[in-house]
Design a protein around this ligand. Structure first.
Ligand SMILES: CC(C)(COP(=O)(O)OP(=O)(O)OC[C@H]1O[C@@H](n2cnc3c(N)ncnc32)[C@H](O)[C@@H]1OP(=O)(O)O)[C@@H](O)C(=O)NCCC(=O)NCCS
Length: 147
């Protein structure tokens, strides 16, 4: 039976296994540690979503906001469960939470080579933004979230 609900840190082991197996997701256990995931979920209560089929994790959405815009990460559905509306249901749940929190917009990042994902996002109301480059700075070493 399919269950779509808020992700909790108790889901972490199964969720990490799912992320590692998922293709097209840039997830590294060194970054998506238990502590960082716990901190993210605590900072954004109830916004992230997990889909389970008979208890097996088959989809995830990490969702949060910084008070200005919502953001989505690690959006994926297991290959054998795609095109059944699971991503849409997870997004609807997480986006409803953002709206409840007073947010009016959200963004996410897609690798330029991931044309399938780009088509999915465009179909689901996330228009590509032209003329914007992504800038990034790593300023580690980091605190407790890294372990
Ligand atoms: C992208 C992904 C999460 C979609 O999951 P899904 O559960 O198959 O999507 P859904 O079944 O909920 O689809 C919702 C809608 O999007 C459409 N859609 C799904 N995949 C699509 C695609 N690749 N291109 C265009 N539209 C797509 C569906 O037809 C459906 O449309 P409808 O509501 O008009 O009927 C899944 O393909 C996936 O995990 N991909 C690999 C990981 C990835 O690339 N993640 C994104 C990283 S930015």
């Amino acid at each position: 039976m399919l269950e779509i609900r808020a992700m909790t840190i108790d889901d972490y082991d199964e969720v990490l296994r799912f992320w590692i197996e998922a293709k097209d997701l840039d997830v590294s256990p060194a970054f998506d540690t238990r502590n960082r995931t716990a901190a993210y979920l605590a900072r954004n209560p109830g916004l992230s979503t997990v889909a389970l089929d008979d208890g097996r994790v088959v989809g995830t959405v990490l969702c949060g906001h910084d008070g200005r815009r919502g953001s989505l990460y690690n959006v994926a559905v297991a290959e054998d469960h795609r095109r059944r509306g699971i991503a849409r249901k997870m997004l609807d749940r997480s986006m409803a939470g953002l709206k409840e929190a007073g947010l009016t917009s959200a963004f996410l990042m897609v690798y330029a080579a991931n044309l399938e994902a780009a088509a999915f996002w465009e179909h689901n109301g996330f228009a590509p933004v032209s003329g914007v480059n992504y800038h990034f700075s790593y300023f580690g070493p980091v605190g407790p979230a890294s372990s």
